[in-house]
Design a protein around this ligand. Structure first.
Ligand code: 3MF
Ligand code: MG
Length: 343
């Protein structure tokens, strides 16, 4: 029995299109996804704003609220919660050159207004978390933005959200690159810096995604640990990544089992989830996957996470202490490999 509650987004069951080729699987309706998530053992759904309320730009506040209420009912019917809402700014025509950090004041205003709508949607869905994946906040042409001014604009945007709703929590999901070459907020340390600069640092924390940490050349378990040490790790996106390539969103643990183990271990050791946090999976099916196996990356990731949790609970801290006292890290490392391979 896992001590964690798990969450997933509708985008994690996708059609398999990539930048070089079209979809390979059929589209599945949102309601069907929610039903299947529940059956697989998930407790909550993660949302982009337009997963909950499609075509937000053309809708009035009343229309947004009515649509969000419908979605809340659907969640309730399946016994599922909403974990967070994330404004999907990177898809909009106003945010071609960034959202909060765009050079255009009108586009920055659009980004903030839309983020406030995401807060309205989150409230209707019964959740108090907004996730900011800062997809286009950075540059591909280094000289095109003043980075100091842009980073200050980012802080101002977060402040606008904090002032709009006095109890909303903002979780920044750092990523060093992709789609932009150079992002302004690449690691959990950057997130803590932004948090400290806002009007209410107690309401600005982080969501750490394994693949994003790996793309930054960092160890995801250590990034998780950093957020935990600051008391500001309010979400995770567990997945995996085969080195410094495009963002792969592989199933959790399939590329680097020991690294996966250490992420679960640090979460278990620090009683992650005690304040209602979920363990989110941000995994993508391989493009080659057939329709019939369109959820297997999710069930596999859940199984792997739970097996690694069992391993973490078996970890022999007495032996670890002895190895540390003797500075025998070869023995400690072999112990971990044996734990993973032999049980
Ligand atoms: C991109 C991501 C995103 C975010 C999601 C929530 C599509 O690398 O990880 O997944 O997690 O948009 O903000
Ligand atoms: Mg993610």
């Amino acid at each position: 029995m896992s001590k964690f509650r798990y969450s997933v987004g509708p985008w994690n069951v996708a059609e398999g299109a990539d930048v070089y080729g079209p979809a390979t699987r059929a589209t599945i309706a949102f309601a069907k996804k929610v039903e299947t998530f529940k059956r697989l053992g998930f407790d909550a759904v993660q949302f982009h704003d337009d997963d909950a309320v499609p075509e937000i730009n053309g809708k009035s506040a009343a229309q947004i609220s009515a649509k969000a209420k419908e979605v809340k009912k659907l969640l309730d019917n399946h016994g599922m919660a909403a974990e967070f809402v994330a404004p999907r700014l990177w898809m909009d025509e106003h945010c071609i050159d960034g959202a909060y950090t765009s050079n255009s004041a009108a586009d920055r205003k659009y980004a903030i207004d839309r983020s406030l709508k995401s807060i309205d949607i989150a409230r209707e869905l019964g959740c108090d978390k907004i996730v900011l994946w800062l997809a286009r906040e950075g540059t591909s042409c280094a000289e095109s933005k003043d980075p100091v001014v842009a980073i200050k604009h980012l802080v101002e945007a977060v402040n606008a959200m904090l002032s709009y709703d006095k109890t909303i929590k903002i979780l920044i999901e750092p990523k060093p690159n992709e789609p932009v070459d150079r992002s302004y907020c690449g690691t959990i340390g950057h997130v803590m810096g932004v948090s400290a600069a806002t009007v209410d640092p107690t309401r600005v924390g982080g969501l750490l995604e394994s693949a994003h940490a790996i793309l930054a050349g960092l160890d995801p378990a250590n990034e998780i640990a950093f957020g935990l040490a600051m008391g500001k790790l309010w979400g995770v996106h567990l997945n995996d990544q085969n080195g410094l390539k495009f963002d792969q969103d592989r199933s959790f643990g399939v590329e680097n089992l020991r690294q996966g183990f250490n992420q679960i271990k640090v979460l278990v050791e620090n009683d992650y989830g005690k304040n209602g946090e979920y363990v989110g999976l941000d995994v993508k099916a391989m493009r080659t996957t057939k329709d019939s196996a369109g959820y297997e990356h999710l069930s596999n990731s859940l199984t792997i996470a739970k097996l690694l949790e069992e391993k973490a609970l078996k970890f022999d801290y007495g032996f670890q202490k002895k190895c540390v006292a003797e500075r025998n890290y070869e023995a400690l490392e072999m112990y971990v490999v044996n734990l993973l391979l032999r049980g």
